[in-house]
Design a protein around this ligand. Structure first.
Ligand code: NA7
Length: 556
């Protein structure tokens, strides 16, 4: 018994994270008379910063570079209290922005879209939520996030554990670790950016019983070096906003950090060490992104830097056998997203923090009381935390049953019946500028696949502006239909793949950025998540397309 959509929105936005909130704000500004709604699965705005409430969750990019740059009043008012803002503060920032601009009234919460159908006769999309309620729209903006669909390990027994267990992005809201984790045996699977923040925080709980970390792949991590920002410092920082945003606009990934143009092998050993040490001792991503320009393209350069970083880890961990397990062996420093930590490696110096190296003893199964590994032992646990990451990039799309143009599915793996008709076969995205997709008319994406890698808010602001310009163009020309051509999408996607191939060392490592995920059925083929050809180049290409009268898009 489906209710019929009784009204057609001019624009529907799906997802109330930074992308959705920014989209909604700008659409309201530019098209005040349009009917607009934002649908959100959660019960508040915030997206990533709403869902990820695990302890220790915080920015690794500078707070000052992360806020909305267009709201000058908010820049004047807002006090970022830490150089790298913790999740509760960032969530508060997004809520405050939404309140300030009266956006809540346009958001429908607790609404998870489960299907979407394009109609060629009315040029509209009809969406249905889990309860069968329908929403019809002329245009829609996908703001569903690229790290929003959590995955559990693909091993037996995941639902058999009888103690408390949850994924880090579904952290129980009423859980107080100081109270509830006292004297408890905590197990945690996963050592990505999330696992590293979580492990560090829970190991500091004063009365924690024990923390057992199940590590499949050792991960490079380096000190974040966070600090507080006083009222006086913040007053000073406000005068720097223009130059901070200007700098972000000039760097390849929109961070304040930029690679040193020199090559590792062209400088003397003293110069090399001097830069490495300097960056290591500075806060933030400089030690990943501010280093010599050949670090991710020249194997020797990468090996040298990795050795430097391995020694840093050895210096932080007392037990050298544990240190060796914690040092990555099969991928060089920075070839995956580098987590930044606040005492991660030191946590293993505590007698109650244990590392289980799954390279030596792989996971066998989850049992009702703990985790069984291949050496025959069962690690008994009271709480089991999955920091096992996400079905990245395409996961939030996979969760929706798409009936695109000619009733085509968006995603289907090659073994499914519909496989050959899927727009993204084998979970491999095909996009034009990461903003549009052939056979998906009137659909635009913010932070979609193939948008530039880097500082999210900076990318979001740009994508939202390009989309709004396009909507305005359609409005002025009375177009009710816009779609990327197959040729334009193929040629853009080819360019995205070429740019990624140029980052040789990153490209040969499995990670969420290269598309493979052992926990997702059929996600076995490498794909390119983000555009690596620099945000500067991306903006130029968008401008060129705009100036050409939107070559690559067809209108009706
Ligand atoms: P990540 O970076 O994808 O990390 C997931 C972690 O979970 C990683 O250590 C995985 O090991 C581990 N994992 C996943 N599945 C399993 C199974 N089946 N068995 C054992 N271990 C497993 O996700 P995060 O949430 O940490 O970070 C995502 C991004 O969010 C991050 O890059 C930031 O940009 C913010 P693996 O390395 O795959 O062997």
């Amino acid at each position: 018994a489906h209710s019929t959509a009784d009204e057609t929105y001019d624009v529907l936005v799906i997802g109330a994270g930074l992308s959705g909130i920014c989209s909604l704000y700008h659409i309201r500004q530019r098209f005040p008379s349009w009917r607009v709604k934002l649908l959100e699965a959660g019960d508040d705005v915030g997206g990533t910063w709403y869902w990820n409430r695990y302890p220790g969750c915080r920015f690794d990019s500078e707070s000052l570079s992360y806020g909305f740059s267009f709201d000058k009043e908010l820049l004047e008012d807002w006090h970022w209290k830490e150089t790298y803002s913790p999740q509760p503060e960032t969530h508060q920032y997004i809520k405050h922005f939404a309140e300030k601009h009266n956006l809540y009234q346009h958001v429908v919460f607790n609404t998870r879209i489960s299907s979407a159908r394009w109609s060629d006769t009315s040029n509209t999309w009809t969406f249905a939520d889990g309860a069968g309620k329908e929403y019809r729209a002329k245009f829609f903006i996908s703001c569903i996030g690229f790290l929003s669909s959590p995955t559990l390990p693909n091993i037996p027994g995941v639902h058999e554990f009888t103690g408390q267990s949850f994924h880090t992005s579904r952290w129980p809201q009423d859980l107080d670790i100081n109270r509830d984790f006292a004297n408890k045996r905590i197990g945690i699977i996963g050592t990505g950016a999330t696992g590293i923040q979580t492990i560090t925080s829970i190991s500091k709980v004063p009365d924690i019983g024990s923390v057992t970390v199940f590590q499949r792949t050792a991960n490079w991590s380096a000190p974040l070096r966070n600090s507080g920002i006083t009222t006086e410092q913040m007053a000073q920082h406000r005068r720097e906003y223009d130059s901070i945003f200007q700098r972000c606009a000039e760097t390849p990934a929109c961070f304040v950090h930029q690679a040193d143009p020199r090559k590792s092998l062209e400088v003397s050993e003293e110069e090399r060490l001097a830069l490495w040490e300097k960056l290591y001792n500075e806060p933030g991503f400089g030690k990943w992104l501010g280093i010599f320009s050949d670090t991710y393209t020249d194997r020797t350069a990468n090996e040298m830097y990795s050795r430097f970083m391995a020694d840093k880890i050895r210096g932080r961990v007392h037990d050298q056998e544990t240190a060796e397990s914690l040092i990555p062996k099969n991928h060089g420093f920075g070839t995956r997203r580098v987590p930044l930590d606040s005492g991660y490696f030191e946590a293993y110096n505590q007698a109650n923090v244990h590392l289980v190296d799954l390279q030596k003893t792989p996971l066998e199964r989850i049992t009702p009381t703990g985790i069984a590994t291949s050496d025959g032992s069962t690690h008994e646990l009271d709480v089991l935390i999955y920091a096992t990451g996400f079905d990245a990039i395409t996961g939030a799309f996979s969760a929706i049953d798409w009936h695109a143009k000619h009733d085509r599915p968006l995603i289907a793996s090659s073994h499914s019946k519909q496989g050959d008709r899927a727009i993204w076969p084998d979970h491999r995205p095909l996009t034009f500028l990461g903003l549009t997709v052939p056979a998906m008319p009137n659909m635009f994406m913010v932070l979609g696949p193939h948008q530039p890698f880097g500082n999210a808010t900076r990318s979001i602001e740009h994508a939202v502006q390009v989309i709004n310009d396009l909507l305005q163009y359609c409005d002025e020309k009375n177009y009710t239909y816009v779609e990327a051509t197959q040729e334009a999408a193929e040629s853009w996607t080819e360019h995205v793949v070429e740019c990624s191939n140029a980052l040789t060392l990153m490209n040969e490592v499995d990670s969420w950025m290269t598309g493979v995920n052992t926990n997702v059925k059929g996600k076995t083929v490498r794909s390119v998540a983000r555009y690596a050809g620099s945000a500067v180049e991306f903006r130029k290409r968008c401008r060129d397309v705009q100036a050409s009268g939107y070559k690559g898009l067809k209108f009706a």
